[in-house]
Design a protein around this ligand. Structure first.
Ligand SMILES: [Zn+2]
Length: 109
């Protein structure tokens, strides 16, 4: 955490808000929310460059996040995430019969 992703256009140093992925097999350029991990054929773009991006001739363009402002997590999302982490940290109560997945299940017919 803490590293700000930058637009990958060479003359640009704006903060990246979207990730452009070239899917060569489908000849499709997918513009979506900022990817968690940098992968081959992906390019982080700022608002302006995401807006102006264009695919190679004959390619499809798929925009998953038309409004870049909606992409970053808001305060509520962070609170929900914190709750989920707390929930996951609770001790699991012991199950007397063993885990349910080990029980025999009779067919319903
Ligand atoms: Zn840019």
């Amino acid at each position: 955490m803490g590293v700000v992703r930058r637009c990958t256009r060479s003359t640009c140093s704006q903060t990246a808000v979207a990730t452009l992925t070239y899917v060569y097999a489908d000849q499709t350029a997918v513009l979506g929310p900022l990817a968690t991990y940098a992968e081959p054929h992906t390019y982080d773009l700022c608002v302006a460059h995401a807006d102006r991006m264009s695919a190679p001739q004959g390619w499809n363009v798929l925009r998953l996040a038309p409004d870049p402002a909606a992409a970053p997590p808001n305060h509520d999302d962070l609170l929900a995430l914190a709750d989920a982490v707390r929930e996951a940290g609770r001790p699991v109560p012991p199950v007397p019969d063993g885990p349910p997945s080990l029980r025999l299940v009779r067919p319903d017919s």
